[in-house]
Design a protein around this ligand. Structure first.
Ligand code: ATP
Ligand code: MG
Length: 217
């Protein structure tokens, strides 16, 4: 008998770009996750189910074995931290970058080399603190859950740390990128016990996904 596998992924971008990847790997949910209200979805494969959760919760589900595998943005993984799960495969989807941004007007007379203390609004307090601490820069961090671009416009912070895809949202709000923190894409992560206990099933699925990754034949 083949071991059963649960794959955790989030609605939004990861699902949009992850579903075609899964389909290419031969895994198709029995109903459309974007439309269904179900949180556990069966697929065409008897032993594979998809679990639909919030993006930031994927590492937690996988670390604790509630899902064997997951698709999570590198941003989410960096913020989650620790070594409680395996990062198996760069899926090369949901590609963007994590940046420091500030109002264009501030950028005109700002010199990142002279930063000593910054007030930053972000969804990524751990990454932000770590990034600047490594450079000896102190940070006052304001934790937000979304719409970071608004913060400098209303005086909540001078700068933000946020994901940038096309840069359109920044531009529309008069912000410019001033420092690059990391290149981001979604990764396939695995529960450590599942890697041992369900080795054959996990390896089979990882191999299928690996050959479905964009840019590979
Ligand atoms: P929630 O809606 O639950 O708060 P979220 O806003 O993080 O979650 P998405 O916007 O779908 O959900 O983002 C999920 C992941 O997609 C992010 O963690 C990141 O890795 C990636 N991502 C986010 N924004 C972009 C972007 N502009 N371009 C490409 N990938 C992105
Ligand atoms: Mg979002």
């Amino acid at each position: 008998m083949t071991e059963s596998l649960k794959i955790a992924l989030s609605k939004g971008r990861i699902l949009e770009e992850g579903l075609p990847l899964l389909a290419k790997a031969g895994i198709v949910p029995r109903e459309d996750p974007a439309k269904s209200r179900k949180l556990i979805l069966d697929t065409n494969l008897d032993n594979v189910q998809l679990v639909i959760i919030r993006a930031a919760d994927v590492p937690t589900y996988v670390q604790y074995g509630a899902a064997d595998l997951g698709m999570a943005g590198k941003d989410v993984l960096m913020e989650y931290g620790g070594d409680g799960l395996y990062e198996l495969l760069d899926l090369k989807i949901a590609v963007c970058r994590l940046m420091v941004a500030e109002p264009a007007k501030l950028a005109q007379q700002d010199d990142p080399k002279k930063w000593t203390r910054l007030r930053i609004a972000t969804k990524y307090p751990a990454i932000t603190r770590r990034h600047f601490a490594a450079k000896g820069i102190q940070t006052d961090i304001i934790k937000l859950y979304g719409s970071m671009e608004l913060a400098p416009l209303v005086g909540l912070s001078d700068r933000i740390v946020d994901l940038v895809g096309t840069g359109k949202t920044l531009k529309a709000n008069g912000l410019v990128e001033v420092e690059h923190i990391a290149d981001i894409s979604a990764w396939l992560v695995a529960n450590k016990a599942s890697m041992k206990m369900k080795h054959a099933a996990v390896k089979g699925l990882v191999d299928r996904l690996a050959s479905a990754i964009p840019g590979r034949p």
